[in-house]
Write a protein that binds this ligand. Structure first.
Ligand code: NAD
Length: 541
């Protein structure tokens, strides 16, 4: 199988639970397998209606000034916090994570994120006055303006069921668009809840929501949306990008990752152990920018692996009190993780810790594999679970080369005390986000582009560079001249002279510039005489 394609060749309508029973996605809490009320799938009519309502509401929203849109989005984010108990209990049910983890990762920072995104919107959406040569184009002014696309479809995965939405939702709304959300079939209720808060605060129908799996996502693309923001797996991303190309609509594709952290012998040891654990195991590794590969310099490898292993062993998996991480969100993902770990061990990796289920729901223990090799699937393909694969390297050069030998390129980090060398090495990583002494943290910073290379896709989430998905650019040109431009018809001999004079002037003959005003004047008179004659021949004055 091609690297990166193992997962989600098709979105299954059902999957096998850990007890072997067939499960509809999103119908059980992964922490304890208690059943959740199924969510009805949207039919074609409901999808068409969501797009039509968003389009209708968009005309009012798009005509509103940016300041008012920002005010309304701020109301929205404050309302999310006021109603947080509702969404937190939904997220706990759907993801099995603790309330504290859901609060900290996806809810608490929403107002501040909205404000930062608004500051960027003001710059990204401001009309730009374009300087135009007064000599070549007298009396003319030009601007570049941002025009909303119309209705933006946001198709999301299950790993951050709220955060994956509001990252594109804020710029889409600030830009003046309507939006239709398509949550993952594994976490349908969180997206529906967000749409319900939008319905309460924003114009009716401006943000709609459709439910279901891949066929509903595909139908949304068929329903006449004007742009699509897709976040998800590589296999689906390619299908969505092809469908968007077919319809000639902009598409942002933010896909999988297999991030590497390079740990150098001179790192701040304790901070690096804690930082690598955080960004590998946070959200049970269900993070596109999770550290999945660690390249550690041989000189500190034994000490580093031993300390990291002990740290991971001490982490608590939900549903226990103060859990550090949740369970695996769904059974197919758990099966994939177990496959990666089992194959790696069979191929010679050393299991330092974890490598087994907790025994509660879909819980899986944080896992550390040492002595991994590039041919192992756990090193090549996205695992998307609480699993760290370690490879020991002689020095930084080997580490950079091994890190770049990947189908993916989202985040990459260098851990060292030498910040200058760290930055130089980080620049050589083939990634969209290169870091020194941290990882993945910029995912919640609206100021910086969140983007990748290779199979991670071409999407840009966050920052002013995300705006091409949300707006088209319009050139506005205003001419205040009362007289014609000198190069208009008819083509008199003076037009040929004017051309030659422009050429001489461009080649540095400043003397030729002296003849320009006279030539231009004659040309304008000739054009005016010509048109006056035409008017009089037509019987006008
Ligand atoms: P997925 O591709 O299975 O599904 C993502 C979404 O696409 C779901 O809503 C799904 O219903 C929908 N979908 C499926 N087939 C479709 C089709 N043919 N047309 C339109 N929509 C369709 O991915 P997943 O398992 O939900 O998410 C995990 C993946 O997401 C991982 O690979 C992870 O790395 C990636 N991810 C990337 C980022 C990033 O910023 N790069 C962020 C979060 C997650």
């Amino acid at each position: 199988m091609e690297p990166g394609t193992e997962k989600n060749a098709t979105s299954p309508a059902t999957s096998q639970g850990p007890d072997g029973a067939t499960q509809r996605p999103g119908c059980q809490c992964p922490a304890d397998l208690r059943p959740l009320e199924p969510v009805a799938e949207s039919d074609q009519e409901a999808i068409a209606l969501a797009v039509a309502r968003a389009r209708q509401a968009q005309s009012e929203w798009g005509a509103m000034g940016l300041r008012e849109r920002i005010r309304r989005v701020e109301q929205l984010t404050r309302r999310v916090l006021e109603r947080r108990d509702e969404v937190l209990s939904i997220m706990v049910d759907e993801s099995g994570r603790s309330r504290t983890e859901c609060l900290m990762t996806e809810v608490a920072g929403i107002v501040e994120m909205g404000k930062s995104a608004a500051r960027i919107a003001k710059k990204a959406l401001a009309p730009e006055r374009i300087p135009i040569s007064r000599i070549n184009y007298p009396g003319k002014k030009a601007w570049i303006e941002a025009v909303p696309r119309g209705v933006v479809g946001i198709i999301a995965p299950w790993n951050y069921p709220l955060g994956n939405f509001y990252k594109p939702l804020f710029p889409a709304l600030y830009a003046g668009n309507g939006v239709v959300l398509k949550p993952s079939e594994h976490t349908p209720r969180t997206g529906a809840w967000l749409a319900s808060v939008c319905e309460e605060i924003l114009p009716a129908g401006l943000v709609g929501c459709v439910q279901g799996g891949g066929s509903v996502g595909a139908a949304l693309l068929d329903a006449g949306i004007d742009a699509v923001v897709f976040t998800g797996s590589v296999a689906t991303g390619k299908r969505v990008a092809a469908a968007a190309a077919e319809r000639l609509i902009p598409c942002s594709a933010e896909l999988g990752g297999k991030d590497a952290a390079i740990v150098l012998a001179d790192c701040h040891f304790e901070r690096t152990v804690a930082g690598v654990a955080q960004w590998a195991i946070h959200n049970a590794g269900h993070n596109c920018a999770a550290i999945e590969r660690v390249l550690v310099e041989e000189a500190i490898a034994d000490r580093f692996v031993a300390a990291l292993g002990k740290l991971l062993e001490g982490l608590r998996v939900a549903p226990t009190e103060n859990a550090d991480l949740g369970p695996i969100q769904n059974a197919p993902q758990l099966a994939l993780i177990e496959r990666h770990v089992a194959e790696a061990i069979a191929e010679g990796a050393t299991l330092v810790c974890g490598g087994e289920r907790t025994g509660s729901g879909l819980g899986y223990r944080p896992t550390l594999l040492d002595h991994c090799t590039p041919s192992m699937r756990v090193w090549r393909d996205e695992t998307f679970g609480p699993v760290i694969a370690v490879m020991r390297v002689a020095h930084a050069e080997d580490a950079i080369e091994a890190a770049n030998r990947s189908e993916f390129g989202l985040n990459g980090s260098i851990w060292t005390r030498d910040l200058q060398r760290g930055a130089m090495l980080a620049r050589r990583l083939e990634v969209g986000v290169a870091l020194v002494n941290n990882h993945a943290v910029t995912g919640i910073m609206p100021e910086l582009p969140w983007t990748g290379v290779k199979n991670t896709g071409f999407g840009v989430a966050s920052s002013r560079h995300a705006y091409p998905t949300f707006v088209r650019r319009r050139a506005l040109f205003v001419d205040s001249n009362k007289r014609p431009d000198p190069w208009w018809m008819p083509a008199t001999e003076d037009l040929a002279r004017l051309g030659e004079t422009i050429v001489s002037f461009s080649l540095g003959s400043f003397a030729s510039a002296l003849s320009l005003p006279g030539l231009v004047g004659r040309r304008m008179k000739a054009i005016e005489a010509n048109v006056r004659e035409a008017i009089s021949r037509a019987g006008g004055k």
